[in-house]
Design a protein around this ligand. Structure first.
Ligand code: ADP
Length: 242
């Protein structure tokens, strides 16, 4: 579903991604972890071209995302992206936030888009908030709306960039449980997260990054019990002592 071949990314002279070669299969749930500044966010932002790359190739569902003829808006509409900050439209109701892209981009009839939005809100446990406005919701609720909004475009892939990092601790669980359900439903997911409990329970594979490179990739069990790379060993030991 997603491939990286020889991907490099520079910010000026700084090499933020260094020789990324990776394949993420359809239905796979991958958690990207590693120390702060290791390039995790940069990596997933390259997938929908929020960050241009300096070298290499990235494909999503067979499409070269950096090909000159790619329509960036069409590309992004096929890749669900959930950010740390929820970025909902504050002046639109929760229902309209979820319905707006299918109406504007897919040209879905408004009644149909609202119907689909309501079903998605039901899926994230917020059908009863359909007519509320984002500022009236808690952070955890807003992030669940953001997930429903991303799903409204029926993307084959969902990317999550630290989706729970801005939340108060008591709201982390409700967002992770929506993500868990999505994984169980077979969605292809790449998640940058510090939630190692989620990684252990839900991920098919862990990618460990440091200094712009993927230093280790393994199952959660192998990663947490016997990390091989010395920097992965240090990372896991630090989590244990945190
Ligand atoms: P992570 O998500 O693992 O914390 P990032 O991908 O955000 O790491 O950042 C990787 C490195 O690239 C860091 O050293 C960061 O300072 C640098 N970086 C990120 N974004 C930019 C930018 N827009 N301009 C310059 N440097 C950046």
């Amino acid at each position: 579903m997603i491939t990286f071949q020889g991907v490099e990314k520079y910010y000026g002279a700084y090499k933020a991604l260094d020789g990324i070669d990776e394949t993420i299969a359809k239905g796979e749930v991958v958690v990207v972890c590693g120390p702060s500044g290791s390039g995790k966010s940069t990596l997933i932002r390259t997938v929908n071209r929020l960050e241009p790359i300096s070298r290499g190739t990235i494909t999503v569902d067979g499409q070269d995302v950096n090909a000159p003829n790619v329509n960036v808006n069409a590309l992004r509409s096929r890749i669900g992206f959930v950010f740390q900050s929820f970025n909902l439209f504050p002046h639109l109701s929760v229902l309209e936030n979820v319905a707006v892209a299918p109406t504007m981009v897919l040209r879905l009839p408004h009644a149909r888009a609202r119907e689909r939005a309501l079903a998605l809100l039901d899926g994230v446990g917020l059908a009863n908030k359909a007519d509320a406005f984002p500022p009236q919701l808690s952070g955890g609720q807003q992030q669940r709306v953001a997930i429903a909004r991303a799903l409204a475009m029926q993307p084959p892939v969902m990317l999550f960039d630290e989706p729970t990092s801005a939340l108060d601790p008591e709201m982390v669980g409700e967002v992770l449980s929506v993500m868990k359900q999505l994984a169980a439903d077979g969605m292809t997911m790449v998640c940058v997260t510090h939630e190692m409990g989620f990684a252990r329970e839900v991920a098919d594979r862990i990618l460990f990054m440091d200094a712009g490179a993927i230093l280790e990739q393994s199952t959660p069990d192998a990663f947490f019990t016997e990390p091989r790379h010395p920097r992965a060993q240090k990372f896991v030991a630090d989590i244990r002592h945190a």
